[in-house]
Design a protein. Structure first.
Lengths: 328, 279, 336
C-alpha cells in the first residue's frame, strides 16, 4: 500500500520529538522521549498505546493545544512544511482547522452544549473567511451530507444533547473537515461509542480519506480495532515509540516483545468485550524515568544490557523499525 | 514560583494583622492608662497623638480614651467570636456525627432541621433572637452560633457516613469502645484540619456579625465598649473627628482580614493544587 | 420542565413550614406572657383579650400554631403599636425601597465583579489575578457599615458630592405609582427627580455592593476556569478560532449559568447586608423599619418583618433555580 521510505511525500514528520511538562518551580517532567514517525498523504496511521503512554500528549502537541508555558517541545515536528516546535503561536493558530484538524474521544463534551450544530460548523468555516453567509450555510449542509447525515437540513438546527453519540461524532468530523485539512487527528474517537457505531465512524473516516486524500493520525489503545483499518501502526509505551511499521507486517511479525505482548492480548474472536489477561506489571509512570529500555522490567526477553544506556530505533524488518536490543 | 510567593505573603500579612489586634487586646489597656468608660468632657474629641491629655488614639465625644475603648472592643470581639467558634464546633460535630451515625429516617429528619436553619438569611435570625430575648453576652453568643454550627455538622456527618460503611468501626464498637470512643478516635482526628479552617473563616464572619449587631445596638450591653457600638455612637461626629469613624472599623477590618488570609493560607497548604489554581 | 419547576416549588414547602414553626417557637419562648409580648406595652386589658383571641393564645400550643399559620397565610401580622398601623401595610410601604436598593447594588456589584472575575481567570497567575484576589479578600473583610460611614465621611462630608441619607428630598413632589423612585420619576417624566433619586441611592448601593464584589469576582473566576477546562473549549481552539473568539463564543456563554446561580445565591447576603446599610444611610426600607421595630420592642412588627425577609429569601433561592432551568437548553427541552 504505502511505502514507509516515501518520506518526501510526508504530511507529518516527527523527528526525535521529546515533550517536557513544566511542573512549576523550574522543574520539568519528560513525558515523551525521542519519538520519530511520519505520515504520508492519504495515509491512515495509528498510534497505539496503553493509557499513560503519551499518545494523547503527542496528538495534542501537534496542534499545540496546551496552555502556554506548560509544555516544552524538543526535536522536530513538521506538518505541511512548518516546524511546530519553533513556529510562533500566531502561525500555529492559523494552521489549526486549516492544515490540521482534530476530533476527540468524548463527542458529548467536545461540542459546545449551548450552540446549534450549524453555528459550530459555521464557525469553523468562517475561520478562513471569504465566504458569504449564504455560501457558508450551503457548505454546512454539504459537510453534514458528507458525513452521511440523512437529513442535514434538520440536524443543523439541533443542539448537541439532541444528537446520539455517533451523530455527535459525525458532527465533529464535519466540523473538522470544514476547511479541507491535510491531516486529521482522531484522539480515540470511537472509545466512547457502541461497537456498531465504532465501525460506522471508522468506515466513514476511511471513505473521507479516499475522497479527500486526507491523512489520518488515529490515536487508540485498541490494537484489535486499528489493525483492520490502519495502513501503518506505531506502538507507544511509557512515552517511547517502541516499534513502527506497516499494519499487517507489524501484526503478523511483531519484532518488539512489547508489540508481541499487545498482540497476544487481542482476543482470537471478537467476543463482546472479553479479553485475555493483560501483561504482568505496570506501565512506568512519567515521573520515574529510568535508564535502558522502559519495557525491560516486564519483558520476558530482558537481558542485562537492556538495563543500561540508550536504545536506538533499528530496522528489524524491511519496513519495520523497533527500539529493542533483542528483537524477535 | 509566583504563586508560592503570594502564598507566603498571605501568611505574613495575616499574622501581622491578627497579631496586632491580639497585642492590642492584651496590652492596649496598660498603655492607655484610662478606664474605657472614664469620661473627661474637657478633652472631648481629642485627635490621635493630640498634644493634650496624653490620649494616644484620641478621645470620643464624651472625652473617653479611644485606645482603652479599642482594647475593650478587641477583647469583646475576640472573646465572643472565639466562644462562637468553639460552641459551633462542638454542637456541629456532635449533631453531624450523630446524624451520620444514626442514618436512615432519623438522619433525614435531622438534616431537614439543619436545612431550616439555613433557610434564614444570615444575621436576620440573630437579630430576631436578640430582639425577642433581649441583648446579653450569652444571647449574642447563642444568636451567632445558631447558623454557624452547620458547616461543622456537614463535614462531621459526611465523615460519620463514610466511617459507618467501613468495617473497622463496627469492630471498634464490638470491642466495647462505644460511640464516644468512635467519635474521639475515628471522627475527630479526621476532621481536625478542615475544622480548623472552617473555624478560622467562622471566626471572621462571627466578628463581622457581632460588630453589626453591636452597631445596631443588639450586641452586648452598651456599658461594655465594642467596635460596632463605637462606630454607632461616633457616627454623628465623624465630620469633626475622623478617627471615630476610622479606628473602630479598622479594628474590625484588620481582625477579619487577618483571619481570612490565614484561613486562605491554611486551605492552600492542605491543597497545594487548589492554591496554584487560585493564585 | 414544568415538572422540574413544580418539584422545586413544592420542595420548598416543608422548609417554609419549618421556618414558620421556628419563628413561632421564638415568639412563644420569648420571656413574658405571649399576649403582652405581642401587644403594645400600654395595651389595655381589652387589647390583650383581643390579642389572645386573634392568636388563639388561650388554646393548646398546637392550636396556637394553627392560628399562627392562618394569620400568616392571610398575611396578617397584627398591628404595630409604634406606628399604630397594620404590619402588612407598613411592610408593603417599605419593601419597594429595599428592593430598589438591592437591585441597584446587585447591578453595581455584577458590573464590576463579573468582568474582574473573567479577566483574572483569563490571566490566571498574572499580577492582575493577584490584584483580583486581593480585592476579593479586602471586600469580604471590611464591614459594610464601616465602608458606608467612610463613604459618608469622604464623599458626602469632605467632597460634598452626594447626599448621605434618605431616598429623595422630602420637599420633592413625586406621586407614588410603583413605589420605586427611579421608575416612578421616569414614568412621570421628572428627570430631575430621577437624578436626585440616583444620587441618593448611589452611596448606599455602592456600600452594599462592596462586600459582594469580592465574592462574585471569585466565583466568576472559578466558573470561567472550570469552563476553560471543558473539552469543547479545546475543540474551539482546535478549530482555529482566535483566543478572543473562543472566549466570547464558547467560554463566556457557558460560564454564565454558574455565575448567575452564584449571584442569585448572594441575594441572601444582599438582604442581610441591606439591614445595616439602610440604618447607616437612613434608607426608608424594610431594614430600617426592622431596626426601629427592634429598638422600640415592637414585637408584631419585628415578627412580620423577620417572616417577610425569610420568605423573600426562600423564594429568591427557588427563583434562581428556575432561572437556571431557563438558561440552559439541556434543561429547557425537558430532560430535567
Amino acid at each position: 500500500m504505502h511505502d514507509t521510505s516515501r518520506i518526501d511525500d510526508a504530511v507529518l514528520e516527527a523527528d526525535q520529538l521529546s515533550l517536557f511538562l513544566r511542573a512549576g518551580r523550574g522543574t520539568e517532567l519528560k513525558i515523551v522521549d525521542s519519538v520519530s514517525f511520519s505520515i504520508a498523504r492519504g495515509e491512515f496511521y495509528a498510534l497505539v498505546g496503553e493509557s499513560g503512554s503519551g499518545k494523547t500528549v503527542i496528538a495534542r502537541s501537534l496542534m499545540r493545544l496546551f496552555p502556554p508555558n506548560t509544555l516544552r517541545m524538543e526535536g522536530r515536528l513538521v506538518v505541511d512544511g512548518v516546524d511546530l516546535t519553533t513556529a510562533p503561536a500566531s502561525r500555529v493558530q492559523r494552521m489549526r482547522g486549516r492544515s490540521i484538524s482534530m476530533i476527540f474521544q468524548e463527542p458529548m463534551t467536545s461540542l459546545n452544549p449551548l450552540m446549534t450544530v450549524e453555528r459550530q460548523i459555521d464557525e469553523a468555516i468562517a475561520v478562513v473567511g471569504g465566504m458569504g453567509r449564504r455560501e457558508r450555510r450551503e457548505r454546512v449542509v454539504e459537510l453534514l451530507a458528507d458525513v452521511q447525515f440523512a437529513n442535514p437540513g434538520s440536524v443543523r438546527s439541533m443542539y448537541p444533547h439532541e444528537l446520539s453519540g455517533g451523530m455527535r461524532q459525525r458532527a465533529m468530523i464535519a466540523m473538522a473537515l470544514a476547511n479541507n485539512p491535510s491531516l486529521l487527528i482522531a484522539d480515540e474517537p470511537t472509545t466512547a461509542l457502541d461497537v456498531t457505531i465504532q465501525e460506522e465512524i471508522l468506515q466513514l473516516l476511511l471513505r473521507l480519506r479516499d475522497q479527500h486524500g486526507l491523512s489520518i493520525l488515529f490515536i487508540s489503545h485498541d490494537l484489535s480495532l486499528v489493525r483492520r483499518f490502519a495502513d501503518r501502526i506505531g506502538v507507544l509505551y511509557g512515552g517511547v515509540l517502541m516499534e513502527t511499521g506497516p499494519a499487517h507486517e507489524l501484526i503478523d511479525h511483531p519484532t518488539h516483545p512489547y508489540s508481541r505482548a499487545l498482540i497476544d492480548c487481542i482476543p482470537r474472536r471478537r467476543e463482546a468485550g472479553k479479553r485475555q489477561a493483560g501483561i504482568d506489571g505496570l506501565v512506568p509512570g512519567v515521573a520515574d524515568w529510568f535508564d535502558g529500555c522502559r519495557f525491560a522490567p516486564r519483558c520476558p526477553r530482558m537481558a542485562e544490557d537492556c538495563r543500561h544506556g540508550r536504545i536506538e530505533m533499528t530496522p528489524t524488518q524491511p519496513a519495520q523499525v523497533a527500539r529493542c536490543l533483542h528483537p524477535l | 514560583m509566583q504563586a508560592w510567593r503570594f502564598l507566603e505573603l498571605k501568611f505574613i500579612v495575616g499574622v501581622v494583622c491578627l497579631g496586632s489586634i491580639i497585642v492590642l487586646a492584651l496590652f492596649g489597656g496598660l498603655v492607655a492608662g484610662h478606664d474605657p468608660n472614664e469620661q473627661n468632657l474637657l478633652f472631648a474629641l481629642e485627635p490621635p497623638f493630640g498634644p493634650e491629655g496624653g490620649y494616644l488614639l484620641g478621645t470620643d465625644h464624651l472625652g473617653r480614651d479611644l485606645l482603652a475603648r479599642m482594647t475593650s472592643g478587641a477583647r469583646v470581639s475576640l472573646a465572643i467570636a472565639g466562644s462562637v467558634v468553639v460552641l459551633s464546633g462542638v454542637v456541629g460535630v456532635l449533631v453531624g456525627a450523630l446524624s451520620g451515625y444514626l442514618s436512615g429516617t432519623r438522619d433525614i429528619l435531622i438534616q431537614k432541621v439543619v436545612e431550616t436553619f439555613w433557610a434564614f438569611p444570615p444575621i436576620l435570625l440573630a437579630i430576631a433572637i436578640l430582639a425577642f430575648f433581649g441583648p446579653s453576652l450569652t444571647n449574642v453568643i447563642i444568636a451567632l452560633t445558631i447558623q454557624r454550627w452547620i458547616p461543622y455538622c456537614r463535614i462531621a456527618r459526611a465523615q460519620a457516613l463514610m466511617l459507618r460503611s467501613r468495617e473497622y468501626i463496627s469492630a471498634a464498637k464490638i470491642m466495647g469502645g462505644g460511640t464516644v470512643w468512635v467519635l474521639r478516635h475515628h471522627i475527630l482526628p479526621n476532621l481536625l484540619a478542615s475544622a480548623i479552617i472552617i473555624g478560622t473563616f467562622t471566626m471572621a464572619t462571627a466578628i463581622l456579625a457581632e460588630s453589626s449587631l453591636s452597631f445596631l445596638g443588639l450586641g452586648v450591653p452598651p456599658s461594655v465598649p465594642t467596635w460596632g457600638g463605637m462606630l454607632a455612637e461616633g457616627r454623628s461626629y465623624i465630620t469633626r473627628a475622623w478617627w471615630l469613624a476610622v479606628l473602630p472599623g479598622l479594628g474590625i477590618f484588620l481582625t477579619v482580614l487577618g483571619l481570612n488570609l490565614l484561613g486562605d493560607w491554611m486551605r492552600d497548604q492542605l491543597d497545594p493544587k487548589a492554591a496554584l489554581n487560585l493564585s | 420542565m414544568l415538572r422540574h419547576i413544580a418539584g422545586r416549588v413544592l420542595g420548598a414547602v416543608p422548609v417554609v413550614l419549618l421556618v414558620a414553626l421556628g419563628i413561632f417557637a421564638l415568639v412563644r419562648l420569648a420571656p413574658g406572657d405571649a399576649a403582652s409580648t405581642l401587644a403594645a406595652e400600654d395595651a389595655t386589658e381589652a387589647d390583650l383579650a383581643r390579642m389572645r383571641a386573634q392568636w388563639g393564645l388561650d388554646q393548646p400550643v398546637l392550636v396556637q400554631f394553627f392560628y399562627f399559620l392562618t394569620n400568616l397565610a392571610r398575611l396578617d401580622f397584627g398591628t404595630s403599636y409604634r406606628y399604630h398601623a397594620p404590619v402588612t401595610e407598613l411592610i408593603g410601604q417599605r419593601l419597594p425601597a429595599t428592593i430598589e436598593l438591592a437591585v441597584i447594588a446587585l447591578l453595581i456589584a455584577a458590573a464590576i465583579a463579573v468582568p474582574l472575575g473573567v479577566a483574572t481567570a483569563l490571566r490566571k497567575g498574572s499580577w492582575l489575578d493577584g490584584l483580583g484576589s486581593l480585592v476579593a479578600v479586602l471586600g469580604v473583610s471590611a464591614p459594610s457599615f464601616w465602608i458606608g460611614i467612610l463613604l459618608v465621611l469622604f464623599v458626602s462630608g469632605y467632597l460634598n458630592l452626594l447626599p448621605s441619607s434618605g431616598r429623595i428630598p422630602l420637599d420633592v413632589p413625586l406621586r407614588e405609582m410603583t413605589g420605586f423612585v427611579l421608575i416612578d420619576s421616569l414614568l412621570q417624566g421628572q428627570v430631575g427627580v430621577f437624578r436626585q433619586g440616583l444620587e441618593h441611592i448611589l452611596l448606599p448601593a455602592t456600600t452594599l455592593a462592596f462586600g459582594m464584589i469580592g465574592i462574585i469576582a471569585r466565583i466568576s473566576r472559578s466558573a470561567v476556569i472550570d469552563v476553560g477546562q471543558e473539552e469543547f473549549v479545546v475543540t474551539a481552539v482546535a478549530k482555529g478560532l482566535k483566543r478572543r473568539e473562543v472566549v466570547r463564543n464558547h467560554l463566556l456563554p457557558n460560564a454564565t449559568v454558574p455565575i448567575i446561580t452564584i449571584i442569585g445565591l448572594e441575594l441572601g447576603t444582599l438582604i442581610s447586608g441591606s439591614i445595616v446599610v439602610e440604618v447607616v444611610f437612613s434608607w426608608p426600607g424594610l431594614g430600617s423599619l426592622l431596626y426601629s421595630a427592634v429598638t422600640s420592642r415592637d414585637i408584631p412588627l419585628t415578627t412580620g418583618i423577620v417572616i417577610s425577609y425569610t420568605f423573600i429569601f426562600i423564594s429568591l433561592n427557588v427563583l434562581v433555580d428556575l432561572v437556571y432551568v431557563l438558561i440552559d437548553p439541556r434543561l429547557r427541552v425537558g430532560r430535567a
